[in-house]
Write a protein that binds this ligand. Structure first.
Ligand code: UDX
Length: 431
């Protein structure tokens, strides 16, 4: 496994769990040290057990030295493809470095399996660069969700192999089927495609999901203008099986290390391919999503009577979604930051993401518990729907807060319950 971030570390531990001998390689020595000791360097449910079992069994090892890839028959490349600074395009420096360094350690017959999310056309270029090695390149996109990464890896909705034509491609399918024998036996559908399709499946899926979220958030804007309730609207349209209720949760919108940068990189790539019009709708998907964050701050200002300057504001949640400590492009942290810049006294709490948040945005006040966070608050914003926040008892906060104002940024609280307890409850897209 080359690259041991959210994707590679989970894939490494999962492959060891399936019975394979795995070596995880990463250039970050601190990360390698933690993983080798069986400690995940980030929060992900089920990963600690899988990792420590793998390490204890001797089937899972870690190294900073790419030369340790020699001797493996299958090399998964799982490095990140972040957004380029100041541009929409993906930064491929880690992909280029990983494939470049690995090239001299592969032997004839090896499979080199790209899992990173890349602009379509990247795999074709990498396959050309590997000509002469007699290793076969496969593109095998990964669809795991943070928070469910282990489950999604061991029981994927589908497996997609982008393979070259001919005997090498056929052999690659056999080898990968062997690697993934267990999920395939348990019913995960498996498709083989050409390289271009395999690379596109990933960004098309993420674009569809982002579009679904922005669609419902656009409807939330209509609901706000008309007094309608977007949660009831989502339930009603979601009963149509062609639409489906999942990913129709309106609120603060999407963030994280995937959806935002993937739709932007996809637009950039479409431009390079001369088909930018085909994806111009994604510009709107992105714009609707970013408007949610601004609207949230506006709502906070409204509830505070026109100004948030000097007001004590509590933000529940810093991670981009629950069950994760990932704060990359986190809507919650972005709103906290905006309110701080606009003069509010912002206190943030989160069960897992405080350390990452503090490192990224040091000038906010961070506290460990909800009780500390809400003390003297004039306004509470629930921005990441961690279970413990969804289940908060409005009565239990009595006597701690200065004013009973709550903004539900994820439409997860019961408005009647909070109102009955004397709170001013407001949400995006709800009357
Ligand atoms: C996503 C894809 O789901 C996954 O298949 C891909 O491999 C990587 O990108 P992830 O970023 O981990 O996974 O999280 P996901 O659960 O998809 O949520 C993304 C964002 O959308 C979060 O910020 C979440 O809060 C938001 N979201 C999700 C909504 O705002 N509304 C919804 O209805 C669903």
């Amino acid at each position: 496994m080359i690259g041991c971030g959210y994707l590679g570390a989970v894939h490494a531990a999962s492959m060891a769990h399936l019975g394979h001998d795995v070596i995880g390689i990463d250039t970050d020595a601190a990360k390698v040290e933690a993983l080798a000791a069986g400690r995940p360097p980030f929060f992900e449910p089920d990963l600690p057990d899988l990792l420590s079992q793998g390490v204890a069994s001797g089937r899972l090892r870690f190294s900073t030295d790419i030369a340790d890839a020699a001797g493996s028959q299958v090399h998964f490349v799982c490095v990140g493809t972040p957004q380029k600074q100041g541009e929409f395009a993906a930064d491929l420096r880690y992909v280029d470095a990983a494939f470049g360094a690995l090239r001299q350690h592969v032997t004839p017959g090896d499979l080199v399996v790209g899992k990173s999310t890349v602009p379509v056309g990247t795999a074709e270029g990498l396959a050309a660069a590997y000509e002469g090695t007699e290793a076969t390149l496969v593109w095998n996109p990964e669809f795991l969700r943070e928070g469910f990464a282990v489950k999604d890896t061991l029981h994927p909705d589908r497996l997609v192999y982008g393979v070259p034509d001919g005997a090498a491609g056929e052999r690659a399918v056999e080898v990968l089927d062997d690697v993934y024998a267990s999920p395939i036996a348990e019913g995960s559908p498996r498709m083989t495609t050409d390289y271009a399709t395999a690379q596109l499946v990933k960004v098309a899926a993420n674009s569809f999901l982002a579009t679904k979220i922005s669609f419902i958030n656009a409807m939330a804007e209509l609901c706000e203008a008309t007094g309608a309730d977007v949660t009831a609207l989502a339930d009603a349209i979601g009963h149509d099986e062609r639409i489906g209720r999942r990913f129709l949760n309106a609120g603060l919108g999407f963030g994280g290390g995937c959806l935002p940068k993937d739709i932007r990189a996809f637009m950039a790539r479409a431009g390079e391919l001369g088909v930018d019009q085909a994806l111009s709708f994604l510009r709107e998907v992105d714009a609707i999503n970013m408007r949610r964050r601004v609207r949230m701050v506006d709502l906070a200002r409204e509830v505070c009577g026109g100004s948030i300057v000097g007001r004590n504001v509590t933000v529940l949640g810093a991670a981009f979604k629950p069950n994760s400590d990932d704060i990359r492009d986190s809507p919650a942290l972005n709103v906290a930051e905006q309110m701080n810049l606009q003069g509010a006294r912002v206190t943030v709490t989160d069960p897992e993401a405080l350390e990452n948040a503090r490192r990224r945005v040091p000038d906010l006040r961070y506290v460990e518990t909800v009780e500390e966070a809400v003390e003297s608050a004039e306004l509470i914003l629930l921005l990441t729907e961690w279970k413990q926040y969804v289940e908060l008892d409005p009565e239990a906060l009595d006597g701690l807060v200065a004013q009973k104002n709550i903004l539900d940024g994820r439409n997860v609280l019961d408005p009647s319950r909070w109102r009955a307890a004397g709170w001013t409850y407001r949400a995006l897209g709800r009357p």
